[in-house]
Design a protein around this ligand. Structure first.
Ligand code: DAH
Length: 347
């Protein structure tokens, strides 16, 4: 007990066992066994008092050296195990941030809305503002206030969708045009008036390549002192050039609308062939764009304006039609079909 050989054995045994400790928990248990109370080295130290006086000092030093060596081995093993535990945790929690992300599907405005906004912007730049009106309208604003006679065929149930409303089934309808906004706006505002009014319109049409029961129009109205047909022509030619590209020629053909006199249909020279004739323009060189005319004095008077003091022009165009023409879209129903293979092309 306490001999130099015995101490070497204790040291070798402790160091051997510490080297085999696989993790920090096992090391803690081992630590208690190799240097805790009752461990061989502690027993050796406790036995010192029984060693003869002359050997005690040297043996005491030897015991301390072994104890220091075991302490150092424990500390070294602990550092080693702690480091590899950290590495193991990092390896387990490893995140591969080099994997390319999946892009979220990006939404976009519907093509009709894009064209709508673009047309509004063109007129806003000329000083027009946007006016709004109800889609469920009265026959008064949709027809009467627009100088449309009671017998006009557009009033027939075969053309107009009536809304069953109270005791006046003939009086409420889904507006067939954005023109009623003219009448409503003039009633509520004194001249001068410079407005555009884009919106949804409804007709009792069977769906085909160019007809759907719901579609979009944009109405325009300018009323002021001394407005002439030349103002109409200049404004709409400017619009055609802004929307379809510069170099557009315009021409006006006599037409009839109840609310304008004279009335015209405006055509512009084909933007695809510059007027020489191609598929886009049906080989005529011209494309029909919109209806227009000088506001009928009856319409001004019904709204409370003095037709002797002010004059105006009005126009109405199909927003869907503008999009179809510019992008060569053959079927109007694509706009009402949520098929992203078509609509996703217009971002
Ligand atoms: N409301 C007409 C339509 O639906 C379009 C129109 C033509 C509007 C001439 C106008 C206009 O304001 O002056 O066919």
């Amino acid at each position: 007990m306490g001999s130099a050989d015995h101490l070497r054995e204790i040291e070798a045994d402790a160091l051997g066992r510490l080297g085999a400790a696989g993790d920090l928990e096992a090391l803690a248990i081992l630590e208690a066994e190799v240097i805790g109370p009752g461990s061989p080295i502690m027993e050796a130290r406790r036995g010192l008092k029984d060693v003869p006086q002359e050997d005690r000092k040297e043996l005491g030093r030897a015991i301390n050296e072994v104890k220091t060596s075991i302490d150092a081995a424990i500390a070294a093993r602990r550092r080693h195990l702690a480091a590899s535990a950290g590495e193991a945790r990092l390896a387990a929690e490893r995140l591969d941030i080099t994997l390319p992300g999946r892009a979220p599907a990006r939404g976009t405005h519907h093509l009709v809305r894009q064209v709508w906004d673009e047309v509004v912007d063109i007129f806003m730049a000329l000083g027009y503002s946007v006016a709004d009106g109800p889609e469920v309208e009265t026959a008064h604003y949709n027809f009467d206030a627009l100088n449309t006679p009671p017998t006009h065929p557009s009033r027939f149930e075969s053309d107009t969708l009536y809304v069953d409303y109270g005791d006046d089934p003939e009086g409420v309808l889904l507006r067939t045009q954005t023109s009623p906004v003219q009448a409503r706006y003039m009633e509520a505002h004194p001249p001068p008036v410079y407005i555009v009014s884009p919106g949804r319109t409804y007709r009792r049409d069977t769906t085909d390549a160019t007809h759907t029961p719901v579609f979009h129009q944009m109405e325009g109205l300018a009323v002021d002192d001394h407005i002439t047909f030349a103002d109409l022509k200049g404004t709409l030619a400017y619009f055609a050039n802004e929307f379809f590209g510069s170099g557009r020629q315009v021409r006006f053909q006599p037409h009839f609308f109840p609310f304008t006199e004279p009335s015209a249909e405006m055509h512009f020279s084909c933007f695809a062939c510059d007027g020489s004739g191609c598929r886009t323009c049906g080989h005529s060189g011209w494309i029909e764009l919109l209806g227009c005319g000088m506001v009928d004095p009856n319409v001004l008077a019904t709204a409370g304006y003095d037709p002797a003091a002010v004059s105006g022009f009005a126009f109405g165009m199909g927003i869907d039609r503008l999009a179809m023409i510019r992008y060569g879209i053959p079927e109007l129903r694509y706009f009402f079909d949520p098929d992203l293979r078509v609509l996703g092309q217009f971002r």
